[in-house]
Design a protein around this ligand. Structure first.
Ligand code: NOJ
Length: 610
């Protein structure tokens, strides 16, 4: 069921506080990483025509919205998150005509398309940045340019490090400042040096961004997923100096083990965040209907999520928060820790509580920056545990209140890449981090770092979509001129869409059911959420309530048989029969027997109508 046929949640049921309820209140979004989705021209990279050719699959799955990771013109330093022309398609992916065709074909099937909007930074090959290198150009102030520290000689051998304006490190390793000889100054880049940060303080920058967004909406796109949109407002002192800059009234933080300080506290959710987002809403979205906005929000708290997504404040529809995917490590993501379930529950409970009265939550465990959830928190070591844990984790997420996001292949239970050598990776984040942590700062051993990248590296989710069992998994033709840009996971012979499509017990079939439940049952989309047994280390249980309707959701988040904890057992005590079982990872008789015995089998999960 797609957007056009889906039931509408009546306005008597509150969703995010708006009246009428937004069209997306019970929608499900599917993220496509175009370079890894479907190649049609044999160059080893996915393309827009490939996405169009798979729309029937997505319509069958039942999702409502497709979010495309960037397909704009780009040098591809960060796989398209470095854009050199916002109003063109990169030839790797196709043409503007291909994009128009994709929009038209998607809309025909009732599917909406949300594009990635990357405007915290551009590529260093964008015309705006080229022009900005000239201090006399009207673009001179479009980026964060700063002189070298007094007393140092920027750019001359031996002068660095130390000449940079402050000690901030980049998320992709090394300093967040790069010297530009043409201009004789440094520019700020929170990500790679090919991703200079735009200066949102400059109204001309904002105007140009809004004009570009309007151009895409007029062309037919249905909204935007906004890349690191909560990093656009930077904290400065009264004279406009950044923390730690020469003469600044603000200090930057002490440097960490890699020799740099963390810019996030000064760049995330900065002083003009609300003003910029409200201005964008007015300038781009006012007077339009049927769109969706979701902001990627590193560093934003659940409380601030409430404010930003409260329709009364006119900013964004929803945000991606990250605490729930960032906490299971020892300080850095390259030192992973096993899942601490009570901690996960408390973070999710915080998210849910914050939007109880107004605003909205997005729900995700996977995306193109995260490892595959079935390998991370589930168990992909055997076929049985993979299928069961993929279903249990899907049920857990989809039964929360908010909008679920499915990352391509998650609906098949696709696993991590399980690469063992550095040369198998393509992602600049992993490769830079290895160089910096192992070779330069020497703060992690090669073995430990390789294990860290295998567990948390972004390439885990970027291996080609597994369509079938053929040599390149149907991602590209077996006789394609070029091999896929990154290796296909060898497990595609067993895990693929062709094998799962008609199998009623597949992860795919299970995700279809989860999506349909959200469409059909307002209690799933909008019911109140209440956590049970917060401290239990294995069972994640909660209720959903809407008027007289009440659902009990129980998930054994482990591969062992566990006892039902007290609060859950009490709710499940009386008269549960097969007709109460809405969905379960085993079968209905099994769920009834388990609840009667007050225990759950490995990865057993169920939704029970009370
Ligand atoms: C967040 C995106 O999700 C990630 O893939 C990208 O590398 C950074 N932003 C920089 O654009």
């Amino acid at each position: 069921m797609t957007t056009s046929q889906r039931t509408v949640i009546p306005d008597s049921i509150r969703t995010n506080g708006a009246t009428p309820n937004p069209w997306w209140s019970n929608a499900v979004v599917y993220q496509i990483y175009p370079r890894s989705f479907q190649d049609t021209n044999g160059d080893g990279l996915g393309d827009l025509k490939g996405i169009t050719s798979r729309l029937d699959y997505l319509a069958d799955l039942g999702v409502d919205v497709l979010w495309l990771s960037p397909v704009y013109k780009s040098p591809q330093d960060d796989n398209g998150y470095d854009i050199s022309d916002y109003q063109d398609i990169d030839p790797l992916f196709g043409t503007l005509d291909d994009m128009d065709e994709l929009l038209a074909e998607a809309h025909k099937r009732g599917l909406k398309i949300v594009m990635d909007l990357v405007v915290n930074h551009t590529s260093d090959e964008h015309a705006w940045f080229e022009a900005s290198k000239n201090k006399d150009d009207e673009h001179a102030d479009w980026y964060w340019w700063r002189p070298a520290r007094p007393g140092t000689t920027a750019g001359e051998p031996g002068a660095e490090p130390g000449a940079e304006p402050n000690q901030w490190g980049s998320y992709f390793g090394g300093s967040a400042w790069e010297y530009c000889p043409e201009r004789g100054e440094y520019y700020l880049h929170q990500f790679s040096k090919k991703q200079p940060d735009l200066n949102w303080e400059n109204p001309a920058v904002r105007r140009a961004v809004y004009d570009m967004m309007n151009w895409w909406l007029d062309r037919g796109v249905d909204g935007f997923r906004m890349d690191v949109i909560t990093l656009i407002s930077k904290r400065t002192d009264l004279s406009g100096k950044l923390p730690g800059e020469y003469g600044s009234e603000l200090d930057d933080l002490p440097v960490g083990e890699e020799g740099y300080s963390n810019p996030n506290p000064f760049c995330a959710d900065g002083p003009r965040q609300d003003e910029f987002l409200a201005e964008m809403r007015r300038e781009v979205f006012e007077g339009r209907e049927g769109f969706l906005t979701v902001g990627e929000a590193p560093g934003v708290t659940a409380q601030r999520n409430e404010y930003i997504t409260d329709p009364a404040n006119g900013e964004l529809d929803m945000l991606f928060l990250f605490e729930h995917v960032d906490f299971d490590c020892e300080g850095v993501k390259w030192k992973p820790l096993p899942l601490d379930l009570p901690k996960l529950k408390s973070i999710m409970a915080g998210y849910q509580a914050a939007v109880k009265n107004a605003g909205w939550a997005s729900l995700f465990t996977g995306n193109h920056d995260q490892p595959r959830v079935v390998s991370r928190w589930g168990d992909d070591s055997s076929e049985e545990s993979r299928v069961r844990s993929a279903k249990a984790l899907g049920l857990m997420l989809h039964m929360h209140r908010g909008t679920p996001y499915i990352y391509q292949g998650e609906e098949l239970g696709m696993t991590d890449a399980h690469f063992t050598r550095l040369d198998q990776y393509r992602d600049l984040e992993s490769l830079n981090a290895y160089r910096q942590r192992v070779e330069e700062a020497k703060v992690q051993s090669p073995e430990s770092m390789l294990a860290g990248i295998a567990a948390r590296g972004r390439d885990n989710s970027r291996t080609p979509m597994q369509w079938d069992g053929s040599v390149y998994a149907g991602f590209t033709a077996p006789d394609a001129a070029k091999e896929p840009w990154i290796s296909v996971n060898p497990n595609h012979a067993a895990i693929n869409a062709a094998g799962e499509f008609d199998d009623p017990d597949s992860v795919y079939a299970f995700y279809k059911q989860l999506i349909a439940l959200r469409h059909d049952m307002p209690v799933v989309a909008a019911g109140d959420w209440h956590l049970l047994d917060a401290d239990d280390a294995h069972v994640y249980a909660f209720t959903r309530t809407l008027g007289d309707e009440k659902l009990l959701v129980v998930v054994n988040m482990s591969g062992r048989t566990v006892d039902l904890p007290r609060e859950t057992a009490e709710l499940a005590a009386a008269g549960i029969t097969e007709s109460n079982v809405v969905i379960s990872t085993y079968d209905a008789p099994h769920a009834v027997a388990s609840l009667a015995n007050r225990e759950l089998d490995p990865w057993e999960a169920a939704v029970i109508q009370l």
